[in-house]
Ligand binder design. Structure first.
Ligand code: ADP
Length: 512
């Protein structure tokens, strides 16, 4: 049966033959397509295949009905709101309001009193079929939209790659021309500035498609956000001067330690500051303030520029969204910067929000990032102290991939540690309890018993005596939090650089 026909079909759920017969005869006589089901499983099958209306005799709504049907109704896709008609008992004074409340789990439900008038039944069912066909049409539109978005994203990724090659050649050729002194310096400057701008746009384009499709990994390490912010703001001073906007960092003395990818964090700050300068006017001000508050780092980029309307505050983080500033495209950009900011911040376990008192009243973008646990801080601080002189550790590596095990083992042995390996959770736990390693490196994606569970059991069995290091594929935003909750001391994202691994393994044990 085609989708079209299913979208016109009436499912009749009636436990006794008579009811079903009467109703289906009436509907069939009116030219409608009817499928009769005797029980809830039968009706569910019909619903899954597709239907326009579900007509239920009240007697069919016994105890078991709610589980199956209620579940199906509650989990309809967003486009679907299945009309349900319940043919009630013949009680003359049925309290409809009460009955409707009791049946609210059926969703889009309507009560039809017995005795049923044929004409009424046919007309309400027809009208429900029409409404249902609209829903099916909406489903088609949604599906087409999704296909378009997927195709667009793929196209943009490809476009980014294709643009990058010629740009690379242009930039290189420029350098050559420059060295030979063969061109007018001012024109050369123009070409250089414009190709730099082009490169930035292409980078954004590629970054967004990589970041949003989960194809980039963070290279995490201990970072002092205070230093990073001060440097990033310093680097933006020439742009601020060019825009005629004053730019200032307000960072209290002392470190703001966290674990993250410094390159990506810098990109986040640069994007926000860049916007604050761009959506501003000469004579404007931008302040970048950083503080540690509780277990969070709070970064605020405040400007007194063009501001944002209430309804744009959330929207600006969506891909390609630019607030309509008329035909003036002088500010440029693709509407990708804030999408990148939001995704990168989420990958670091943080959040970003925009605030503004309204158009013309400036904006504040606030980022909250989890601070490093104090032990991680220690690891960060001994970054330079540790090294070849570090004491050799007994390390157990639990990873189901033989290649990964082999690589981790040889890297750690090269650093002077004594390494044993296990290929799954249970044997890893057993080996950890028997061999008493100081450090256990655990792959999260172990089959069966996953890395989180292995960490929990090791902590339960051995307390906080050993350092537990989580190794995960790239960044679900809450990975890090989950790992810390499971008892890990360090969370490393693949691909791990040897330096990060060394630092994690050589840090002091958690109870030291
Ligand atoms: P782009 O700057 O390339 O347009 P973004 O994703 O960085 O893209 O920003 C999306 C939109 O959010 C911008 O087009 C602008 O309308 C608005 N916006 C961003 N930052 C600010 C700001 N500091 N003040 C006012 N509007 C802003």
């Amino acid at each position: 049966m085609s989708d079209l026909h299913r979208s016109e079909r009436v499912l009749v759920l009636a436990p006794t033959g008579r009811d079903a017969e009467v109703a289906s005869n009436v509907l069939r006589t009116a030219g409608l397509s009817v499928m009769v089901c005797r029980d809830v499983p039968g009706a569910l099958e019909g619903l899954r295949e597709g239907a326009a209306v579900l007509l239920i005799a009240q007697e069919a709504l016994g105890d078991g009905a709610r589980d199956g049907l209620g579940e199906w109704i509650a989990h309809q896709p967003p486009w679907s709101d299945m009309p349900v008609f319940v043919v009630t008992g013949a009680a003359p004074r049925l309290d409809h309001a009460h009955a409707l409340r009791r049946l609210s789990w059926l969703g889009n439900v309507l009560l039809l009193d017995r005795p049923l008038r044929r004409a009424t039944l046919v007309s309400v069912v027809r009208s429900a079929i029409r409404a249902r066909q609209r829903q099916y049409a909406a489903r088609e539109v949604l599906a087409a939209r999704e296909r378009e978005v997927a195709a667009r994203d793929q196209f943009l990724a490809m476009l980014g790659h294709e643009l990058r090659n010629p740009l690379g050649a242009i930039v290189l050729a420029l350098d050559v021309i420059d060295r030979r002194g063969a061109a007018e310096p001012r024109q050369l400057d123009v070409v250089r500035r414009q190709s730099r701008q082009l490169s930035r746009l292409v980078d954004d384009l590629l970054d967004v498609s990589r970041v949003t499709s989960g194809k980039i990994a963070l290279h995490n390490r201990p970072v002092d956000l205070a230093g990073l912010v001060i440097r990033a703001v310093e680097a933006m001073q020439p742009s601020a001067a060019a825009a005629g906007v004053s730019l200032r960092a307000e960072v209290a003395p002392g470190e703001v330690p966290l674990v993250g990818d410094p390159v990506r964090l810098e990109q986040v700050v640069a994007n926000l500051v860049g916007n604050a300068l761009k959506y501003n006017r000469p004579g404007g001000h931008v302040v970048v303030a950083l503080e540690a508050s509780g277990d969070e780092a709070v970064l605020r980029v405040r400007d007194d520029g063009i501001g944002l309307a209430e309804h744009d505050l959330e929207r600006v983080f969506d891909t390609f969204v630019q607030v309509d500033t008329g035909l003036d495209r002088a500010r440029g950009g693709l509407g990708l910067g804030l999408t990148l900011v939001k995704t990168l911040v989420a990958m670091h376990g943080g959040q970003v929000r925009a605030d503004s008192a309204g158009p013309g009243k400036g904006s504040t973008f606030t980022i909250r990032l989890p601070l490093a646990a104090s032990a991680e801080r220690a690891a960060g601080a001994d970054r330079d102290g540790a090294g070849s002189g570090a004491r050799s550790r007994r390390v157990l590596v639990i990873d189901d991939s033989p290649d990964n095990r082999e690589v981790a083992q040889s890297a750690l042995e090269m650093l002077g540690h004594v390494v044993s390996v296990a290929g799954d959770g249970p044997s890893g736990i057993e080996q950890a309890i028997r061999g008493d390693p100081e450090v256990v490196v655990i792959d999260i994606g172990l089959p069966g018993l996953d890395g989180y569970e292995v960490a929990r059991r090791l902590r339960a069995a051995r307390g906080r005596g050993m350092t537990l290091i989580a190794l995960t594929g790239y960044g679900q935003p809450d990975d890090r939090q989950r790992a810390l909750e499971a008892g890990f001391d360090v969370h490393l994202t693949k691909p791990v650089e040897i330096e990060a691994l060394r630092r994690a393994v050589e840090r002091p044990p958690p109870d030291a």
